[in-house]
Design a protein around this ligand. Structure first.
Ligand code: WTA
Length: 642
């Protein structure tokens, strides 16, 4: 079966087939991949436990699909083009043959350092080719990778390492981001004070920042490579994996407690990312594809590494930031490497739009054929700017809606095949069965309606469990509504049946496309010695999508120096979670609006944070209604106050 639908009629036919005969449909799609042994059973599932198995009995290794099988036809074609942070530093190109060589070499390094199939490996690296190499080397030997985004703090790394009991950490001395250098190894050292399971740390040289290298624990990447070279660079045949063996863990925030380790398995994830990449972007051989995400997030896993490489694409990786040396950097990269497809985030589009059109004008963007967006709703203004200034009105925009848990796109236009509509993720991809429900779980049928977005049938890329805590997976995604996967998002289906995601309906924030749980931020704020309690809500932010607004009940320090007290709290949050979770606004209050049973009325705080205090609804059930007036009077307006 073809991976790409070529016309809208094709899409409609494929979609119908995928709903009528899902197993036949997915088996047909899976035929496009290389399996050591085919499956006995395409799918078995129930959403109660949940227990979901795709391609059971099949034997496969995802790196054979991403590398080995391309060598004959595409061996000398670029697999990865790497653009460094500093435009004056030389860029690098790794052909499929070279990438395979490096992955095998590093697989040997992993073996030499005692890593076996099933072991967990934590990766905390900058956006350099070695990150992709290390990810693929783990997959090659069957080790489970857990990539931690470079913006997380030592505490967050320690939590993730301990949750997965990682044996090995792979990091770098430091990483470059714009004018900043981030001391990755030092941060890892702080984390490892709390981590007993880690036996070895492999350190890549990037910034050559001074680092502590502990005898018996820490080794240099380059030295380990030399050892493999003196062994004669032996080939490393891919480990044979069961389709349902775990490929990786990726931690993500929810509405309660600590981040959970979303578990993706091998066969279904491979099929799903490869298929959705090929179809939604209508990838054509030879096209240069540039995803601006960081590999520390799911977008980087699925659509920088696995999806594009399984399709023999050329994937461009960028180490730096869109605003340095100036806000024209992405467009310089497009011109320099003749990029055809650019896949980015609304927050990046909005900030580049705000920087001014002078950074786009005069740039050669003639190579662009398709555009993509992910992470949060792409508002209409940004959609039009992207379309006109970057796509010159001739590049279809795919606004891809999906989640860490879904592995790949759920709802998205197909470039040039389905219509597009600003602000809309449009239509489900083949194999995806969305349904809107009301609070009680009753299906909302028809068009021109809104509800909570659920999926009623499994797709191969979905999460299987949360690491070490299956009950949490059931609770979070499969218990709100019976027999449905609940996304946590609200959604509108317009008169034409097109889907528009309206944002989270739970206590999860989306700040610059980063998912952050309000409870997580509150816990971090409450760690500050002077804080009694706090409540965190989101508010609309012109660039970030959502900003973080914290209401804090604190001791006396803030009365002496409010600004300093805010900075202290921000430092605390940066230590506990990472700089990405720092509140944009901190308002000190004498109490929080609570019901008589002690529940914080977030609805009221959300309204105040949004600057809409005209109608706060019923406040009569509050323990102390007076506190609301005080909070209203002290509300922080404007974009940023801390
Ligand atoms: C939001 C990122 C609107 C949504 C791949 C989802 C979107 C959360 C879109 C997942 C989109 C992602 N339109 N909202 N195109 N894409 N979201 O796990 O709220 O980091 O639940 O995965 O981002 O974020 P995550």
């Amino acid at each position: 079966m073809e991976l790409q639908d070529k016309t809208f009629e094709d899409y409609q036919k494929t979609y119908q087939h995928s709903v009528d005969k899902p197993e036949e449909f997915w088996a047909g799609i899976a035929e496009n991949f290389y399996w050591r042994r085919k499956w006995n059973n395409v799918l078995s599932w129930n959403f109660k436990e949940p227990a979901i198995k795709w391609f059971e009995g099949a034997k496969v290794n995802i790196t054979e699909n991403c590398l080995d099988r391309h060598i004959y036809n595409l061996g000398d074609k670029p697999a990865i083009i790497w653009e460094p942070n500093d435009p004056n530093e030389a860029y690098r190109v790794l052909s499929y043959k070279q990438l395979l060589g490096k992955v095998e070499q590093f697989a040997n390094v992993l073996k030499n350092n005692g890593i076996h199939k099933g072991d967990r490996v934590c990766l905390y690296l900058p956006m350099v080719p070695e990150l992709a190499i290390a990810v693929l080397a783990c997959a090659r030997i069957g080790a489970i990778h857990s990539v931690v985004f470079g913006g997380f703090s030592a505490q967050s790394i320690a939590d993730r390492i301990n949750d997965a009991t990682c044996k090995l950490v792979i990091t770098a001395d430091g990483g470059f981001r714009g004018t900043k250098t981030i001391d990755l190894k030092n941060i890892v050292d702080d984390a490892l004070v709390q981590c007993k399971s880690v036996e070895r740390v492999i350190v890549l040289t990037r910034t050559r920042t001074p680092v502590a290298m502990l005898k018996g624990r820490d080794v240099w990447w380059e030295d380990e490579i030399k050892k493999v070279e003196t062994q004669g660079n032996p080939a490393y045949p891919a480990e044979e994996m069961d389709a349902e063996d775990t490929l990786f863990i990726l931690y993500t925030s929810g509405s309660t407690g600590k981040p959970k380790g979303v578990v993706h398995t091998t066969g279904g994830y491979m099929v799903y990312t490869g298929y959705t990449f090929s179809n939604a972007f209508q990838y054509q051989p030879g096209e240069v594809y540039f995803c601006t995400a960081d590999i520390g997030w799911i977008t980087g896993h699925s659509y920088i590494i696995y999806g594009p490489l399984s399709q023999g694409a050329t994937s461009l990786m960028f180490e730096g930031v869109p605003s340095w040396p100036d806000s024209g950097r992405l467009w310089d990269i497009v011109a320099k490497h003749r990029v055809n497809i650019i896949y980015t985030a609304p927050t990046a589009i909005r900030s580049l739009m705000a920087a001014g059109d002078e950074y786009v004008e005069g740039k050669d963007l003639s190579s662009i054929t398709k555009l993509g967006s992910v992470g949060e709703p792409l508002n209409e203004e940004a959609w039009h700017w992207f379309d006109e200034k970057i796509g010159k009105g001739k590049a279809p925009i795919v606004d891809t809606y999906w989640q860490t848990e879904t592995g790949g796109f759920l709802i998205s236009p197909i470039a040039g095949v389905t219509p597009t509509k600003p602000g809309y993720a449009l239509l489900p991809l083949p194999g995806v069965q969305p349904i809107l429900v009301d609070e009680q779980g009753a299906e909302i049928t028809g068009n021109g309606v809104s509800g909570n977005l659920c999926i009623k049938f499994p797709w191969p890329g979905m999460l299987r469990t949360t690491w070490g805590d299956h009950e949490r997976c059931r609770q979070t995604y499969f218990s709100t509504y019976e027999n449905l996967y609940f996304t946590g998002d609200g959604c509108l289906r317009d008169e034409s049946g097109y889907y528009r995601i309206t944002g989270r309906v739970d206590d999860v924030l989306n700040v610059s496309g980063h998912r952050i749980g309000t409870a997580e931020v509150e816990n971090a704020i409450n760690m500050h010695s002077d804080v009694v309690e706090s409540a965190v809500v989101g508010y609309p932010h012109p660039v970030k999508g959502q900003g973080i607004y914290a209401f804090v009940v604190s001791g006396e320090h803030h009365q002496i120096d409010t600004e300093l007290a805010r900075q202290d709290i921000n430092k605390t949050v940066a230590r506990i979670i990472g700089a990405i979770a720092k509140p944009d606004k901190i308002q000190f209050v004498s109490g929080l609006p609570k019901t008589r049973s002690g529940k914080i009325m977030r609805r009221i705080l959300r309204k105040i944070a949004e600057g809409d205090t005209s109608n706060l609804g019923d406040t009569s059930t509050l323990l102390d209604p007076e506190v609301v007036n005080e909070i209203k009077a002290g509300a922080l307006t404007g974009e940023k106050t801390s």
